[in-house]
Design a binder for this molecule. Structure first.
Ligand code: SAH
Length: 272
């Protein structure tokens, strides 16, 4: 059984740390993630873990890319699981870096099951999931007393290309819907929400690379968003937010992408 450690606790050799690295801005790392990153021997990372965050690893740390892209799996999940076990058995402090939070659309559970089965010690370090970070930097509150009393997170990466979501639950009033991995299916997703009862005029936003200097936000309605996103030339990773709360961005937008949102990497490293 693992006990919570104090701020200065050293990473344990032979342990795997499943670390959420947040949506991109390195300033959104947790203190614990920052500490472990500074102590890593090996880091297995995804394609969404930002370069700035990778730069915080010690120069001596071995970096292993295990990223996947939709429908094009670079490294199979079983191989990632096996790599984690192998490095831990060699007595390394192993970091499995995952964008956002490891337990939100991150397959963190699958990786841990293997570690448990193999008797490898592990810890899970939560991160700021894309919905929270991206909404904050886009100036879109996910709940609001006047507009949304609930918020749901769903994946738009549809199995076998078929739309298999609980649409009746998604079209409820006074609710914000956040869709991860929905870029390729944006037109189908917007059309399905309308077909199941959401107004075509419902405000909707798509945010590319939220929280980073490359953040782009396109807002419209369920009807207009697919064409607006196409015209803007957006590309993944993007997050789709649907609900009345999207309108608040007009007044609440604050983040100016392109400006140096973060201090230089060296300044961050000195605090590790
Ligand atoms: N575990 C991650 C999600 C991994 S799934 C988390 O908790 O955030 C990958 C999806 O996350 C992407 O397809 C995209 O929908 C979303 N995403 C992650 N980072 C993002 C970012 N900076 N901007 C927009 N979407 C992002």
């Amino acid at each position: 059984m693992r006990r919570p450690g104090g701020p200065g606790r050293a990473a344990e050799p032979g342990t795997v740390y499943l670390v959420g690295t947040g949506p991109g801005d390195p300033d959104l790392l947790t203190v614990k993630a920052m500490r472990l990153i500074g102590q890593a021997d090996v880091a297995l990372y995804d394609n969404l873990v930002s370069r700035e965050i990778m730069a915080l690893l010690p120069e001596t740390a071995e970096r292993v890319y295990v990223g996947k892209q939709r429908a094009r799996h670079a490294v199979r999940q079983e191989e990632i699981n096996a790599l984690l076990v192998e490095h831990a058995r060699r007595g390394k402090r192993v970091l499995r870096l995952k964008a956002g939070d490891p337990f939100v659309f991150g397959r963190g559970g699958e990786e841990i099951e293997t570690l448990t089965a193999q008797g490898i010690a592990f810890e899970v370090v939560p991160g700021i999931t894309a919905a929270l970070g991206v909404a904050a930097y886009a100036g879109i509150p996910l709940t609001h007393r006047d507009h949304a009393q609930s918020c749901v997170f769903v994946t738009g990466n549809l199995r076998d290309g078929t739309i298999d979501l609980d649409w009746d639950a998604l079209v409820r009033p006074r609710q914000t819907v956040v869709i991860y991995m929905g870029f390729a299916n944006l037109p189908a997703l917007c059309a399905a929400l309308v077909a199941h009862g959401t107004a075509a005029t419902m405000p909707a936003a798509i945010v590319q690379q939220g929280t980073t200097p490359d953040q782009k936000v396109v807002t419209g309605t369920l009807e207009s968003l697919p064409e607006l996103a196409r015209a803007a030339g957006l590309a993944p990773p993007t997050l789709i937010i649907v609900g009345e709360v999207v309108r608040l961005r007009e007044r609440l937008s604050w983040f100016e992408p392109g400006e140096a949102a973060q201090p230089p990497v060296d300044a961050l490293r000195s605090t590790a």
